[in-house]
Design a protein around this ligand. Structure first.
Ligand SMILES: *Cc1c(COP(=O)(O)O)cnc(C)c1O
Length: 345
């Protein structure tokens, strides 16, 4: 029996980057965020494809991801590291020519002492209270820091997926207050910020989830397709139960397909009976609880038993699954399991 197959459409990925690049506007560089194994889709394949499409600046969460990315891309592209320059990172930053986004006075001291003259950027906190220098710290450090020629001065929006949230304008104003008049390139927008409009674009944008087909980029092309083989089918009589907890009961004669993927493959238990799989265009609801390695699906209404059902594709995307599981597309993407056969088209 074949495994479930995860197909990653690199053409759609490139098209999504081009669309977000066009939305970022002329004269604005569009980077690409490939942290967390390119949101679960495979760092090396995704990054090489984006590099061929024209991406020159990549962003990762931590230095080890940067090392893997440099090995995949070779010399040339800029690789920014959101977590900055942590204790123990110095050798890798030097050897793999990574650009840490320094987040604190402590990191600045470490970087300027250990790697004086080597490239860096700065992350400012404009209200999210997660990473970056606060306004008072920036006031104290900015003259020295700007004298060292940062490659990028950036901040991150907390509510960019909600265009009407007043937090967006507050953070934009704070970013202006902290950075107007500096020479270094500036960046504020991820996917959501790009869609907020040109006021938010500055010199570089940093889309992640939109590249991979997720909201808030509603016009994204689907990048991820997941087809799952049927292992077995059975007919159940009225009154019979299906799955753990015997939670699904047939009230009429039903045909149940057992398919080969479960919560260990990232199909979250919580999505349970709010989820469907597709046989061609026909939705087939899950019947009973999600198991570790299997799902049971009601296919009573199909004329023929197919050899597989589709979980993700043009019919249903990562955000549909996310809604059913009460989470966000980002979590569905980054949870996609390691047991799938992966194919890149
Ligand atoms: C993850 C991340 C991004 C990308 O965000 P998306 O919403 O996926 O586009 C950009 N900037 C920072 C600082 C991030 O942590």
């Amino acid at each position: 029996m074949a495994n479930a197959t995860l197909t990653i459409d690199l053409g759609a990925l490139s098209d999504n980057w081009r669309s977000l690049d066009a939305a970022s506007g002329d004269g604005v560089e569009t980077g690409a965020v490939v942290k967390a194994n390119a949101y679960g889709l495979g760092l090396a394949r995704v990054a090489r494809s984006l590099s061929e499409t024209g991406v020159r600046s990549f962003f990762v969460a931590e230095v080890q991801e940067g090392v893997a990315l440099r090995r995949a891309l070779g010399d040339g592209p800029q690789i920014f590291v959101f977590s900055g320059h942590m204790d123990g990172d110095t050798d890798a930053i030097r050897k793999f020519e990574l650009v840490p986004l320094l987040n604190s006075i402590e990191q600045m001291t470490r970087h300027f002492e250990a790697l004086s003259g080597s490239p860096f950027g700065v992350q400012l906190d404009t209200g999210m209270n997660r990473l970056g220098l606060e306004p008072a710290e920036w006031d104290a450090a900015r003259r020295i820091v700007l004298g060292q020629g940062p490659k990028l001065v950036m901040s991150h929006l907390a509510c960019a997926d909600e265009p009407d949230d007043p937090m967006n304008a507050r953070q934009l104003q704070a970013f202006h207050d902290m950075t107007d008049g500096i020479d270094a390139p500036r960046s504020l927008a991820a996917t959501g910020g790009i869609l907020l409009g040109s006021d938010y674009h500055f010199d570089m944008t940093r889309p992640g989830v939109g590249l991979y087909g997720g909201l808030p980029f509603a016009d994204a092309k689907p990048v991820v397709h997941l087809r799952v083989p049927i292992i077995q089918t059975r007919d159940v009589a009225p009154g019979e139960a299906v799955g753990y907890g015997a939670s699904w009961l047939a009230d009429e004669p039903a045909r149940i397909a057992t398919v080969q993927a479960g919560y260990a493959d990232g199909l979250i238990r919580l999505m349970g009976d709010r989820t469907v799989m597709f046989a061609g265009d026909i939705p087939c609801p899950l019947a009973g609880r999600v198991s570790m390695d299997m799902l049971t699906v009601d296919i009573t209404h199909l004329d023929e038993v197919p050899d597989h059902l589709v979980m993700l594709g043009t019919q249903q995307g990562v955000d549909d699954l996310a809604d059913a599981a009460r989470t966000i597309g980002y979590e569905i993407l980054t949870s996609l399991g390691s047991r799938y056969d992966r194919s890149y088209i």
